[in-house]
Design a protein around this ligand. Structure first.
Ligand SMILES: C[S@@+](CC[C@H](N)C(=O)[O-])C[C@H]1O[C@@H](n2cnc3c(N)ncnc32)[C@H](O)[C@@H]1O
Length: 289
């Protein structure tokens, strides 16, 4: 079975959050995810920073990062503006923002971000099917460039392919599962025409990564999983979600003891790089320097 059908079936175990992904501004996104202690952009941050550091060392230019399923520019806020999820939850819970119109929120956030230090060393490009989220993230300056696309169902335009030709690092949090190998097969020709980027995915243990890995193999990439480490993503939304997720993990032979059985979604980290680079420096060595 391809991931398209398999992931659709697995996604039935997760609570449906589609209603918060494409609103005019991020207030409901952060309000709802705060209730579940959604934390994966924070837990992923040190690893992304480590990879960006390595890529900065080998180029004079800023590192171009493509964030798959970027939503309202969450990883951009974390990496470019050095904010934490707690900062973001606090910011969008402020009374003056809670009661504002979407236009007022946008203006407030534009000036909030304009007054903050941000890293000149990173150019953030976001891709998401949610048009409003991309529009908010580009208009506030969180994203330097945004692509509205659902690569499960559509192809990239020529302009979008050109934008992706500059990418050094592809990242994702909370996204594989919505995206299958189909999306990877559609953006890989565009990104690998340029700088042969590294591809760094945090993936729930619920979603097998093997089909995406196989697709990347055909592009000359090798994938390593960071062994022995798991990353907290969020708490389960309900007892039903817990039961359904534990059921799916059992079906896939994944032992939830001490992890999902404790009431939380847990992700693993996969790094895919051109095979020759993996042979030179394995993942654990890369992350230890
Ligand atoms: C759980 S959110 C994760 C957002 C962000 N990466 C984070 O960690 O906070 C999943 C995101 O994937 C996007 N998404 C879902 N299906 C998609 C698709 N087929 N193509 C592009 N984006 C998609 C949603 O719009 C949403 O913004």
């Amino acid at each position: 079975m391809s991931d398209v059908a398999a992931f659709e079936c697995i996604n039935e175990a997760k609570v449906d959050m589609d209603h918060i992904y494409n609103q005019s501004d991020p207030r409901n996104y952060y309000r709802e995810l705060n209730k579940l202690d959604y934390a994966i952009p924070d837990t992923a941050k040190p690893i992304f920073q480590n990879l960006i550091g390595h890529l900065q060392d080998r180029a004079d230019e800023p590192v171009h990062v493509l964030d798959l399923g970027c939503s309202y520019g969450v990883n951009a806020a974390i990496l470019k503006y050095d904010l934490s999820m707690d900062d973001l939850y606090e910011h969008w819970a402020q009374k003056q923002i809670a009661d504002a119109t979407p236009e007022e929120v946008l203006a407030y956030d534009q000036s909030f971000l304009a007054n903050m230090d941000n890293s000149d060393d990173i150019v953030m490009i976001g891709l998401d099917q949610a048009e409003n989220a991309i529009s908010y993230a580009t208009e506030t300056g969180l994203l330097d460039d945004g692509i509205v696309a659902n690569l499960e169902t559509e192809m990239l335009s020529d302009d979008e392919k050109d934008t992706l030709g500059q990418v050094d690092l592809v990242i994702s949090t909370g996204c594989v599962g919505y995206l299958t190998e189909k999306s990877f097969e559609r953006f890989m020709p565009a990104v690998s025409k340029g700088r042969q980027p590294w591809i760094a995915n945090f993936v729930l243990r619920l979603f097998p990564f093997d089909h995406i890995e196989q697709s990347l193999n055909t592009c000359g990439y090798a994938t390593e999983k960071l062994e022995g480490e798991t990353f907290f993503q969020r708490h389960f939304a309900s007892g039903d979600e817990r039961e359904d997720v534990l059921g799916k993990l059992c079906e896939h032979g994944v032992d939830p003891t001490g992890k999902e059985s404790e009431g939380r979604f847990v992700a693993e980290f996969y790094l895919s790089r051109p095979a020759a680079e993996v042979a030179k420096i394995p993942l654990e060595q890369l992350l230890s320097t």
